[in-house]
Design a protein around this ligand. Structure first.
Ligand code: NAD
Ligand code: ZN
Ligand code: ZN
Length: 236
C-alpha cells in the first residue's frame, strides 16, 4: 500500500472526494473545467490524489480538483490548515510567518480620545532583525526590523480586553507580523504588519492609526476573525 504524504493527509481531512464532477463548473484554482484533469497534474509527485479527482470542502462545500487543493497547500506554510480560496473559510488552525520576538502588555491610567471612561492597555512588540526561514519569501537572506519596539494602544474596557486576548492568540499563531515588503517605505525583506490593524498612536492621530476611531474595535475583531481568531479560541 502507498502511504499518503502529510500534505495529502491534510487535504483528505478537509476535502471529501466526489464520485462525479459537477457539470460544467470551473476549478477556480487552476481555471480548468472540473470535468477535465487538474491544471497542476505535472507539478506534483503525488501518490494517492489523481489529477481527475474532484473534491468538496467539508463545511463551505466549494469544489475544486483535489490535486489543486494539494498544490495550494504545498505552496503555503504547511501548518496543517487549509483556507477555501473561494470564500476564505478556514479549516484547522491558521498560522503565519511572524519572526520570533516578544509581546509585552501593561496598563496606563491615561484615557484614549473617545474612551474617556477607562484607562489604556499598552502593547509593546519587540522583534529584532534576523535570517529568513523556509517559511519566508527569501530563505537564508536577512530581514530587517524597522521601528521596533512598536507601541500599540487599546481602551482598557471589556471589549478592549477581549481584543487583547485575541491578539495574544494571534501572536502565538504568528499572525501579527510577516516578512515582506513595506507598503509605507517600499523596503523588502523586512518585518511588516499583517492584516490586523493596530493603533500605534495614543493621543495624536498623525498617521491615521490613532484615536478617536469609534469603529476600531469592531474592525479589528473582524480582521482577527478573518485569520481564524475568534472568541471560540479563548478559554481553551
Ligand atoms: P506597511 O507599511 O506595509 O503596512 C501594512 C499595514 O500596516 C497596512 O495595513 C497599514 O495601513 C498599516 N500601517 C501603516 N503604518 C502604520 C502605523 N504607523 N501604525 C499602524 N499601522 C500602520 O507595514 P509596516 O512597514 O510594518 O508599517 C509601517 C509603519 O511601521 C510606519 O508608519 C511606522 O509606524 C512603522 N515603521 C517605523 C519605522 C522606523 O524606522 N521608525 C520604519 C518602518 C516602519
Ligand atoms: Zn483545478
Ligand atoms: Zn468555500
Amino acid at each position: 500500500a502507498v502511504t499518503p504524504s502529510e500534505s495529502e493527509q491534510v487535504v483528505r481531512k478537509y476535502v471529501e472526494e466526489l464520485s462525479g464532477a459537477p457539470a460544467d463548473e470551473d476549478c477556480i484554482i487552476c481555471m480548468e473545467k472540473l470535468a477535465s484533469p487538474s491544471g497542476y497534474n505535472d507539478a506534483c509527485e503525488c501518490k494517492t490524489i489523481k489529477p481527475e479527482m474532484v473534491g468538496r470542502l467539508t463545511q463551505c462545500r466549494h469544489t475544486f480538483h483535489m490535486l489543486c487543493v494539494l498544490a495550494m497547500y504545498a505552496n503555503g506554510n504547511k501548518d496543517g490548515s487549509l483556507q477555501c480560496p473561494s470564500c476564505k473559510t478556514i479549516y484547522g488552525e491558521k498560522t503565519g510567518t511572524q519572526p520570533k520576538g516578544r509581546m509585552e502588555v501593561s496598563t496606563l491610567s491615561q484615557s484614549l480620545p473617545g474612551h474617556a471612561d477607562c484607562g489604556t492597555i499598552q502593547i509593546v512588540y519587540h522583534i529584532n532583525r534576523g535570517t529568513q526561514g523556509p517559511e519566508h519569501p527569501n530563505p537564508g537572506m536577512p530581514y530587517t526590523a524597522r521601528g521596533f519596539p512598536r507601541y500599540c494602544y487599546l481602551p482598557d474596557n471589556k471589549k478592549g480586553r477581549k481584543v487583547l486576548d485575541l491578539l495574544r492568540v494571534a501572536w502565538q499563531r504568528r499572525l501579527i507580523f510577516t516578512v515582506g515588503t513595506s507598503s509605507t517605505t517600499g523596503e523588502s525583506n523586512t518585518v511588516v504588519w499583517n492584516e490586523i490593524h493596530h493603533k500605534t498612536e495614543m493621543d495624536t492621530n498623525l498617521s491615521g492609526h490613532g484615536y478617536p476611531d469609534p469603529n476600531y474595535l469592531d474592525n479589528v475583531l473582524a480582521e482577527l476573525a478573518a485569520q481564524g481568531v475568534t472568541e471560540d479560541c479563548l478559554g481553551q
